[in-house]
Design a protein around this ligand. Sequence first.
Ligand SMILES: NC(=O)c1ccc[n+]([C@@H]2O[C@H](COP(=O)([O-])OP(=O)(O)OC[C@H]3O[C@@H](n4cnc5c(N)ncnc54)[C@H](OP(=O)(O)O)[C@@H]3O)[C@@H](O)[C@H]2O)c1
Length: 306
Amino acid sequence: MPHPDQAVVTGAFGYTGRYVARRLLDEGVSVRTLTRKSGRADPFGGLVLAAPLNFSDPDGLRRSMEGAGVLYNTYWIRFGRGWNTFDQAVKNTKVLFDAAADAGVRRVVHFSVANASVESRLPYFRSKGQVEEILKASGMSCAIIRPTLVFGEGDLLLNNMAWALRRFPVFPVFENGDYRVQPIYAGDLAAQAVAAGLGSDSFVADAAGPDTFTFEELLRLLTQAVNARVRLVHTPPSLEFTLTRLAGLMLRDVVLTRDEVDGLMAGLPTSDRPPAGTTRLAGWLVENADLLGRRYVSEFRRNYQR
Ligand SMILES: NC(=O)c1ccc[n+]([C@@H]2O[C@H](COP(=O)([O-])OP(=O)(O)OC[C@H]3O[C@@H](n4cnc5c(N)ncnc54)[C@H](OP(=O)(O)O)[C@@H]3O)[C@@H](O)[C@H]2O)c1
């Protein structure tokens, strides 16, 4: 089945959404985006039309999606701040799905997270699980894609770890560092998502890469790639969390959230299904090491300051 000739991507000027939009454009699909960002942040030179991602204007959202066959939804928050809570993000996403249905959008490809569950004790994973249930109950044709940890140009987490590895003589590893991660390349994730936009059956699929590392192996790989002279020091998670909070205060950012630390240590960024991604992190690091971690990228500045 050919891809519908028009699609909407939330966050096409952001990280994963940018890869999805690029992939769609390459396949000849016309792309619109819903975003809080202005045209100044547009990496597509005007090829992607932008409309406001304004959840208090459902009519505006509906109008912005009319004529589109597929909605690719990357909207989410990494942590709650003030009124911008996970509960609010769940409500916002429902407003978006309802507006898509009213606009006649045929299918939703939704980005969730590996091991999302309404039963999770971690708010990030629990609220992601709630959104999945809302989408399944909506009756819309949908593909729910559950990424592990995404690497690629514009990534923040691995970049900032590399930044710290480059600069400091020691780097803390919570406990024994043996919990597993299975990163996926953003380009592979976009390919998987766009392929999912073609079908009509509803499904849930993990998006994981070909290699599984322990967290310590991942750090050693990064250390080697950026040629850092750093000692990895095992620390209790409570100390690690205090250190990341201190680093956050200094950098005026949230470096790692409690959910991210607990999720990492529980091995949640992995999948027990055959991997969808084929790009190997080790090879990607060799090609991109020069740029990786050269500067700190602030989540707060990118997504919480307007
Ligand atoms: N990155 C990963 O490693 C990873 C791993 C697992 C799952 N995921 C999931 O994959 C999706 C895309 O992730 P990403 O890292 O590529 O995200 P992103 O590009 O930073 O943001 C994606 C979207 O969320 C919006 N957004 C981000 N922070 C926000 C905030 N504080 N308030 C309001 N809107 C906000 C952005 O809006 P604007 O366009 O207006 O900026 C954009 O539409 C998300 O659903 C995420 O949960 C990502």
